[in-house]
Design a protein around this ligand. Sequence first.
Ligand code: B12
Length: 406
Amino acid sequence: AITDTPLQIDTSNYEAMERALRLYNGKPMLNSVNGKEDSLAHVLPLAKKYGAVLVALCLDDEGIPATAAGRIAVADKIIARAAEYGIESRNIVVDPLALTISTGADNAAIACEVIRTMKARGINTVMGVSNISFGLPGRDAVNSTFFSMALAAGLSCGIINPQSKAMMDAYYGFRALAGYDEGCKEYVQHYADAPKAAATVVSELGLYDAIVKGLQGPARQAAAKALESEKPLDVINKYMIPALDFVGQGFEKKTLFLPQLLMSADAAKAAFEVIREAVGVGETQGETVLIATVHGDIHDIGKNIVKVLLENYGYRVIDLGKDVPVETVVQAAKETQAKVVGLSALMTTTVGAMEDTIAELHKECACRIVVGGAVLTQEYADEIGAEHYAPNAVSAVNYVNEILGK
Ligand code: B12
């Protein structure tokens, strides 16, 4: 949910590999199979069963062959064995294995030869490019030159550091030179924007994005950052609620699903904890307000915001939690003699429980009832007999202030 790029499952533990394959949605890339019998026997059936793309390493029981011909033979063996399982060669990506030139003068040429041969046979290749310079100083110079050589030989996927200017220079330069960049558009665009790009620091995620992506750590950090310059309530209203609204709409349109909604809710909660700490509510001895999310409804983010704001205004808030049965609310209202009871409901299916709770409270206690929650409207709140409808936390506080004479 948080990245657009495909996942590569990278493990030599076959049990972990199978479990990951089972969990992953879509077509996984599996790293890796090699020419060893044990590897072929375990990985090929899994790749076939789950339809994975396979990274095939050019090594076998004898180690990494010292010649290009030796490595090509290993690749051929893997491709042939895979074919026996019905795995097509388009689902195999051969890794020629780049070894450092500091221990073998031919290492770059060997890797390029394997790539060239595979390319001629229509087989894709992948390679960790910077392995070529292990043990050398100024590695970027060697890496980027080797990257250009490998691209020229036909490398399909280069594992490179995209933050390295030298590597990206090689990449854009190669694409323009090899005719992949019609009219040099990408090249011009990249380098025309280069001064700007150099000036941008890797930016942190804002609170809105952190919640939408469901990332708790970044949400906490972003909340703390936002609080440096903005009021807690503004942070909630400007970022937190719009982000939750966005995921809620996605959920409705079926572009986002429940696990994502849960992740976003958890991220919002994490951010809210930071906000709550910043507000720093201490012991409060004011008048009592009772609040609860009604029976059948587990949404409590909005209610919790209302609670903190009321506490901030000095009220003693008794929070009965979420999914609270009618009797529990009534009993607590009697025991505490709270003058105001706040009820939250976020679903069309639970506003009925809200109506029941209000009816019982009116029968048994002399309290006023303020209601809130995304699906409510003023009209509906009137219909179910609530004294006040609070579309947001500030409205809730204003009403309580009014009733309790503050
Ligand atoms: C986060 C969320 C969740 C989280 C809840 C986590 C949690 N601890 O709260 C999780 C993932 C668990 C969840 C579960 C479900 N959800 Co949900 N969820 C949402 C979402 C995206 C945001 C709600 C939210 O927190 N908003 C932010 C807060 C701050 O806003 P708020 O609640 O409105 O509160 C403000 C005001 O309303 C008011 N207020 C609120 N309460 C109170 C109380 C008082 C006393 C007062 C005075 C004021 C007040 O003040 C608050 C602050 O300004 C909404 C979509 C949306 N945009 O609302 C769907 C949404 C509410 N969920 C929905 C659904 C369907 C579900 C599930 C049934 C999904 C499923 N198939 O399982 C389950 C419900 C399970 C259950 N039995 O309750 C639907 C409801 C549709 C409908 N019309 O009935 C919505 C609208 C999404 C959608 N568009 O389909 N959900």
